[in-house]
Design a protein. Structure first.
Length: 297
């Protein structure tokens, strides 16, 4: 499930950053940690309980909507990072979502973060689920947005959406067609402008390098994910408050997937918001409210 938009932007920023404080404009300071036998690039924003953000296929930590980050950072310390194999991070030595979950747990250990709330969107939801199963001691609350449970309980999106999702170099129009409904494409273009402004101003890192080989390896990891019911079975063992969030007309991940996740994880709540795959950007205020309600439990 891809969210990669580097090809859309044509950015030429020199600074790194993300957001604003009362005293002066926020600038993200990119740090590096050793985990999973590689180098992982990360930065943080905001104050409060830590919230680790796991993005989708072929995407870097710079591709979260800055408007959503601003809302979440008001109450949470956001931890954003590049998966191994893309952006500013080092090579990816694994080939599975379990290995990306291990890398996430390794990063948390390296930055002295014993436990955190976890938000996984799209492919990031696969990584978040595996983190909650394989490293339960690391997870306080779980937010799964626009993702699926794996195996034969998964309902795939349209063939066109799946083809675009697997393409290392899609066009702007193809990406926006997945992220936003047909009547909200103007909002999608505003999202792209927010990414560009944030990178140029230093509010988010100028960090959009995604090798096609990494995207293909991430997409290839979906094959065993969809062929096995292992993950779906293990969801029943997740014992933390969980929010499953879906978009009503998501062409990549139909909402039924989140209904099935919510029905499988014992302490879970389902919300369905208007929108396509980027519903959490489009309806960012109600999404943030739902996240804050969960994390206050």
């Amino acid at each position: 499930m891809r969210v990669h938009l580097a090809i859309c932007l044509g950015l030429a920023a020199i600074f790194v950053g993300c957001g604003q404080s009362a005293a002066r404009p926020f600038r993200a300071q990119v740090h590096f940690a050793r985990a999973a036998d590689t180098k992982i690039a990360w930065y943080e924003r905001g104050q409060g309980a830590p919230l680790v953000m796991l993005v989708g296929t072929g995407s870097t930590m710079a591709e979260w909507d800055p408007a959503l980050l601003r809302l979440l950072a008001a109450d949470h310390r956001l931890i954003l990072f590049d998966y191994p194999g893309l952006g500013l991070s080092g090579p990816w030595h694994g080939r599975s979502f379990d290995s990306l979950a291990d890398a996430t747990a390794g990063l948390m250990e390296a930055i002295h973060l014993p436990r955190a709330d976890i938000l996984g969107w799209s492919m990031g939801g696969f990584v978040a689920q595996r983190l909650a199963v394989d490293h339960p001691q690391r997870v306080s609350h779980l937010i799964l947005a626009g993702t699926n449970p794996g195996g034969n309980r998964t309902v795939l999106g349209t063939p066109r959406a799946q083809a675009i999702d697997s393409e290392p170099d899609p066009s702007d129009g193809e990406i926006l067609g997945e992220l936003y409904p047909p009547d909200r494409q103007a909002e999608g273009r505003r999202f792209l402008r927010r990414l560009e402004r944030a990178s140029r101003s230093g509010k988010t890192p100028d960090d959009f390098h995604v090798p096609a080989t990494t995207t293909r390896r991430q997409v290839a990891a979906e094959d065993p994910w969809l062929r096995s019911n292992r993950n779906y079975r293990q969801l029943a063992g997740i014992d933390v408050p969980t929010l499953a969030a879906a978009g009503t007309i998501d062409p990549v991940v139909p909402a039924v997937n989140l209904r099935r996740i919510a029905a499988r994880i014992p302490r879970s709540k389902l919300i369905v918001l208007p929108g396509a795959h980027a519903f959490l950007f489009q309806d960012r205020r109600p999404f943030t409210q739902a996240v804050n309600q969960l994390l206050s439990r």
